[in-house]
Design a protein around this ligand. Structure first.
Ligand SMILES: NC(=O)c1ccc[n+]([C@@H]2O[C@H](COP(=O)([O-])OP(=O)(O)OC[C@H]3O[C@@H](n4cnc5c(N)ncnc54)[C@H](O)[C@@H]3O)[C@@H](O)[C@H]2O)c1
Length: 330
């Protein structure tokens, strides 16, 4: 099988590419390296089954060519991360809406199955526990830039379902909750790599808001197994699936756990949201998925708990830091 992974040089995309390469499938990646990086895909260099095109999903010709070659599309390219969405609102909206429209258009033209990466942000401020796929969405006002990500991804879902209903395009929507693991960058506001980096440098670990807000974290390889399983399963077509873990942890407790596992002396410092992001920033108190639907359909199970996830991320970041320090010293 040949799969096109948009955003395949990104964090989740590169793990997804690896999963398909391990099955001896042929992988085509298009990525503009805006938040992704060549480091994420360096391990595939020389693998004849791996093909990389540096380019944007907004390039219609490139998308037409690649979609035509492949059997399936996994559309993961997006402007991601709360900080990036707030700092570059126009570019982010354009990528997340027009980019997906292009991906769907060519999947439809060549009648290719397409998996769409959506997000738990789609639920907005609905803090029901757990959140199931049919739950309502609760959004803040349009002058709070962070909501454009949720609204954009929701519009992507509407578009995909419209293609499915009106043109029978085989679409699958996966709503990822916080997906974490080695290689994720903290530059765009992702909490675990940010806390881990601060802990390893013994700098203050900065918790935004009161820190009582909770999140649920899932290991990237678990999420990837979910994506592959859904793409393989014909009954997933036309459906939306939460992909996440069970349990939740407050940001205060997360900071403490990371500090302990890393053996760090970092103090924990609270920063108001207005200072961390922008005035009037709104966050969700809780976000826990109901994963019954994906469990029942493909037998989805998470293999990694938070302790294992944090240990792996800390080990990875520790190695990276010591390599950087060595490079500076020489
Ligand atoms: N990581 C999470 O916790 C999480 C949660 C919910 C949803 N998601 C979704 O999963 C997908 C992958 O996210 P990720 O965490 O791997 O982030 P990421 O930033 O590592 O991956 C996104 C990739 O898309 C690429 N990209 C951005 N704009 C592009 C464009 N115009 N053309 C081509 N490539 C472009 C980036 O360079 C990057 O490699 C995204 O669609 C994101 O919305 C992620």
């Amino acid at each position: 099988m040949k799969i096109l992974i948009t955003g395949g040089a990104g964090f989740i995309g590169s793990y997804l590419a690896e999963a398909y390469l391990n099955r001896n499938d042929e992988v085509y990646v298009i990525d503009d390296l805006s938040t992704g990086s060549l480091d994420n895909i360096r391990r595939f260099t020389g693998n004849p089954l791996f093909h990389f095109m540096e380019g944007t999903i907004l390039d219609r010709e490139a998308m037409m060519e690649l979609t035509g070659i492949c059997d399936v599309v996994a559309h993961l390219a997006a402007a991601v991360g709360v900080k990036l969405i707030i700092d570059e609102p126009l570019k982010s909206i354009h990528t997340n809406i027009v980019g997906t429209e292009i991906a769907l258009e060519f999947a439809d033209k060549f009648r290719k199955k397409i998996f769409l990466a959506s997000t738990s942000e789609v639920y907005g401020r609905n803090s029901r526990v757990p959140l199931s796929e049919d739950d309502i969405r609760v959004y803040g006002p349009t002058n709070i830039a962070r909501w454009s990500y949720a609204a954009g991804k929701a519009m992507d879902e509407f578009m995909a379902l419209a293609y499915y209903r009106t043109r029978q395009l085989p679409v699958i929507i996966g709503r990822f909750f916080n997906t974490v693991g080695p290689g994720q960058t903290g530059r765009y506001g992702m909490v675990i790599p940010r806390f881990v980096g601060q802990a390893l440098r013994n700098e203050p670990i900065t918790v935004y808001g009161s820190g009582t807000q909770t999140r649920n974290f899932t290991y990237v390889e678990d999420v990837v197994r979910g994506i592959v399983g859904l793409i393989d399963e014909p009954r997933s077509v036309g459906e939306i699936f939460n992909i996440g873990g069970k349990g939740e942890i407050s940001m205060n407790d997360l900071a403490l756990r990371i500090k302990t596992i890393a053996g760090s002396t970092s103090p924990i410092r609270h920063i108001p949201y207005d200072e961390a992001y922008q005035e009037g920033f709104e966050d969700m108190e809780r976000r826990v998925p109901d994963i019954t639907k994906i469990e029942n359909l493909i037998g989805y199970r998470n293999h990694y708990d938070l302790e294992q996830i944090l240990t792996r991320v800390i080990e990875f970041e520790r190695r990276k830091l010591s390599a950087e320090n060595q490079a500076v010293a020489t």
